[in-house]
Design a protein around this ligand. Sequence first.
Ligand SMILES: Cc1cc2nc3c(=O)[nH]c(=O)nc-3n(C[C@H](O)[C@H](O)[C@H](O)COP(=O)(O)O)c2cc1C
Length: 419
Amino acid sequence: MKRLDDYRMRLGRHELVPIMIGGMGVDISSSDLALEAARLGGVGHISDAMVKTVTDRRYKTKFVKAKQAQYKYNVDSQDKSPVKFNLEHLAEATRLHVEGTMARKQGSGLIFINCMEKLTMNGPRETLRVRLAAALDAGIDGITLAAGLHLGSFALMEDHPRFRDAKLGIIVSSLRALQLFLKKNSRLNRLPDYVVVEGPLAGGHLGFGMDWANYDLATIVAEIMAYLKQEGLADIAVIPAGGIFTGSDAVRFMEAGAAGVQVATRFTVTRECGLPDEIKQEYFKAEETDIEVNEISPTGYPMRMIKSSPGIGDGIRPNCEAYGYLLDANGKCAYITAYNREVDAHPEERRVSVMDKTCLCTHMRNFEIWTCGHKTYRLKETTLRQPDGSWQLLSAAHVFQDYQFSTDGQIRLPEPAAT
Ligand SMILES: Cc1cc2nc3c(=O)[nH]c(=O)nc-3n(C[C@H](O)[C@H](O)[C@H](O)COP(=O)(O)O)c2cc1C
């Protein structure tokens, strides 16, 4: 009976335990969580989503306040196009987050940063260029390009001295997306080191339409591996993600030729995860029928979440003066459009309800959109129930090692917490 620990993931000169903890935006995949993965010989991710908010919280900076003060005059305006990011602050925040994490790294594993293209930040190219360069400057081991096709992202890094030495990968959900990426970047003579193939059961935004249930991760992985082999590109590590809940689920992908697996949901209920503890209990509590994929994210991608997320239907005034991470190249966001429509339709109401879109910046910042993987309803199988009815939080090391060493689809329960 094989276990995940019988395999190693090779990325350049690194030999890793083939477990990658996926990026989870706005500090859910915290530095502490990523550091545990690296300490145990795998790969951890931090995320640069809303990085200024993250450093304000973690490093006592005042970036959000500074932006809010600069654009205070615009709060009542429906036109958010003047609200630009200060690129120096953005670089400084990214550097702080990355340096602060890398300085604490121990063990033989690696730490990558998850960088979402859909965070268009009212200036997609220049803000992405700054985020990528600052992460490389600050010594990140690798960058995972997420939430977007990233057709121009390698070119944005091309002149960086670490472009060929840092590990670079992309998340795709179809062979077609990978083919486009490879074609667009062929002139750079720089292949991705790894490709995360994310299937329809993942958390966060999905690279599928609302017909996500018609797709199957194993089939997409097989197609991508066959293509890479045929093109002589089999050195690119293929890393499946989405719904891999046990070590045995992972072994099935390793036997089929995967280099490693990316997992996330099981780590949302660890002490190191950045979600507040009371929200971790909501993840434990969720039943399969409590989880939905909907279209309320202004990014245009479907997103999976717990139906009782307080951010769903909430009609808060857009706060792009402070945040504004989803403003597109023209300073527009689908939430602003939906919000203004509701305000115009209900001029007498003090607080409108907006059902079709959500203010993702505000609600992710406040942990009010509880995005999660499809298998969240199984989290209660992974721990013990306490006398007060709550579930015992786990350590990231426990979950990591359960993936690493378990066989037969089994899940090891934690030692009971001392009372
Ligand atoms: C709470 C949560 C937040 C996530 N946020 C992001 C994100 O910001 N960027 C991203 O690329 N993927 C995100 N994901 C997807 C994960 O990185 C990962 O690929 C996927 O969830 C793996 O499937 P699993 O959760 O079933 O193990 C998120 C997943 C979860 C559970």
